[in-house]
Ligand binder design. Structure first.
Ligand SMILES: [Zn+2]
Length: 370
């Protein structure tokens, strides 16, 4: 298929269908590697992964008799595609730091939460994939895009983000989280480790993020490190991952949250999750890839994150000047309130506290297993 033909595909509605099917086949292509590498040794159980006609935002994992079933909603791939389509025109070389160091979005009030109709379809609930698809086609997919610069990246980034989530879900399975959930629900000796139930729920997610990121990089390495080492492929992967992972976290974060909520609830803010990703990925690259690549990875990953934050902010203010009700702060993309906190002392403190809890959680886990 020529570039022009693919472009036509993309601009016509059929891109959505094609993209979902491609995500499915990309996911399918990953499976044998996942099984061989992690599953049989870690669990001795079968893991089925299926793309389903679900309009949701995230994957679901079920214990399925003698194995596991991971459901990947088509809605998730569609929403990611739409969000990247929204963000990528704002991909820019402009200096990002004024936005993410002192974001005007730092000061916000939940009452001001408001999503412009032109992008609401990405974040709304729908009963069916078809309904979601129609909602996106009427709104986000009518927004202008300069595909000459970006078109080929959207699908790749969606695939990367799906892989990231898949590795997160599989980490829940391989790290024995389903058994741990029972322990948390029964509040089994958590206080001996100075953990609340909500702390423990967040630790499950952090644990899955850390292990999942390791396996995610491992799979990227398999693609990039097939000898001879392909520097271009590696660079491209790092750039895509650097942008796609924060975009995904932003998608999930949209319906959340006040800055203080995670202190007492189960919620992990995206900047915390992003930092876990950045640190785990960096270590994994150092271990799994040729020398020097960690430096390149770190720079590109950080750059992708900055650009993603900048794009979230830019689209927020851009839409705000178009259709914002006067009494509302423009708030289409809630996650990036945390963008402004990402480098400051408050976030660092929260992050260290969470990592400290994760250590205590792992000590608690040992007492359950032994
Ligand atoms: Zn999870």
């Amino acid at each position: 298929m020529t570039k022009a033909a693919k472009l036509k595909d993309f601009l016509s509605g059929s891109f959505i269908e094609t993209s979902v099917e491609r995500v499915l086949s990309a996911t399918g292509a990953i499976l044998p590697i996942v099984f061989e590498t992690f599953q049989s040794s870690a669990t001795g159980k079968r893991v089925d992964i299926r793309l389903e006609e679900l309009p949701g935002f995230g994957m679901n994992v079920f214990s399925d008799g003698d194995g596991w079933l991971v459901l990947v909603p088509k809605g998730m791939a569609l929403r990611l595609t739409a969000l990247l389509r929204l963000l990528l025109p704002y991909y820019t070389d402009a200096e990002a730091s004024p936005y993410y160091l002192n974001s005007p979005l730092d000061e916000f009030n939940e009452e001001m939460f408001w999503t412009p109709p032109s992008v609401a379809a990405i974040f709304e609930d729908y009963d069916s994939v078809e309904q979601l698809r129609r909602g996106l086609e009427r709104t986000v997919f009518t927004r202008p895009l300069d595909p000459a610069n970006y078109w080929c990246d959207i699908e790749g980034m969606v695939n990367i983000a799906i892989l990231y989530v898949l590795m997160h879900e599989i980490a829940h399975i391989t790290n024995g989280h389903f058994a741990l959930r029972e322990g948390i629900e029964r509040n089994f000796a958590l206080s001996d480790f100075n953990l609340s139930q909500d702390d423990a729920w967040r630790c499950l997610e952090l644990d899955a993020d850390q292990s999942g990121t390791w396996n995610f990089v491992f799979l990227l390495a398999l693609e990039a490190v097939t000898p001879p080492f392909d520097d271009k492929a590696f660079t491209r992967l790092a750039m895509r991952a650097g942008f796609a992972v924060p975009a995904l976290l932003g998608l999930w974060d949209h319906r959340k949250k006040t800055v203080g909520a995670f202190k007492k609830e189960r919620y992990l803010p995206p900047t915390i999750r992003h930092r876990v990703f950045a640190e785990a990925a960096s270590l994994a690259v150092a271990k799994l890839m040729p020398a020097d690549h960690q430096r390149v990875w770190d720079a590109l990953e950080l750059d992708g994150w900055k650009r993603c934050v900048l794009a979230f902010h830019a689209v927020t203010f851009d839409l705000g000047t178009q259709d914002q009700p006067k009494e509302k702060l423009l708030w289409p993309l809630g996650s990036l309130v945390y963008g402004g906190l990402a480098s400051n002392a408050v976030l660092s403190e929260i992050y260290s506290e969470e990592i400290d809890k994760l250590k205590r959680f792992r000590a608690w886990r040992k007492t359950l297993i032994l």
